[in-house]
Design a protein around this ligand. Sequence first.
Ligand code: NAD
Length: 245
Amino acid sequence: MLTGKTAIVTGGTRGIGFAIVRTYLENGANVAIAGSRQETVEKAVAQLPEYRDRVMGIWPDLCDPEAVAAAFASVKERFGSLDILANNAGISSRTSLYDYTLEEFNKIMSLNVTAVFVCSQAAARIMKDQGGGVIISTSSMVGEYGQPSGCGYPTSKFAVNGLTKSLARELAKDHIRVNAVAPGVTKTDMVAALPQELVDRISAGIPMGRVGEPVDIANAYLFLASDLSSYVTGVTLRVDGAAMT
Ligand code: NAD
């Protein structure tokens, strides 16, 4: 579904991001894994030996426009185009408002919002020149419902949804589609480390009776990156087993 296309996946070294990387590779794309450290990026690339010719790693500071522009240019130089940006890197915390420091709030907003803006701008500049592209960002179920602690995280995901809608409207004329995927609880390392009893309790509260697998999210990312979603833009697609409805 993505043969001949090139994608950059931020936070692609593990969890949901790594599932997106694998799904895009399986569907024929060239993929650049963007992570925070050279070591973890190279480790992720090394886990994909069968795709050696179609995968590379980059590790710019995602909030530094010059570093991001240079890294994205290196991807275009290696593979010839940049067609898909997956803004997936994100961090969360559950600190109570009473204990929340400004430093923690700014840290979450930097990666979850500022980096999405910086990376989307760098990618859009390339995509506009080449005639179009697709930008997809990882939001969250809590970007619709909020959550009763760690207020910076849901705030950042509401912002991702707003940026998605606004950029969709602004960039449509340049043939760039902009969408988001909002996962529910998904079985990444963090969830896998929880006691089974707690996972069972969480699952019981989800109408589909289970938490999401990273590949459930990656499949939504595949749909939104492919031509199957050619008339879909400005949407935040919930992938959460109908949780919270
Ligand atoms: P994870 O912690 O397993 O992976 C996060 C990724 O982001 C890693 O690849 C990490 O290297 C990268 N990252 C962290 N800090 C970075 C930085 N400063 N610069 C570049 N990359 C950085 O998390 P995950 O669960 O796979 O989360 C991926 C996305 O999904 C996040 O945006 C998260 O908010 C969202 N999400 C996750 C869940 C869930 O239940 N797992 C639910 C809703 C939304």
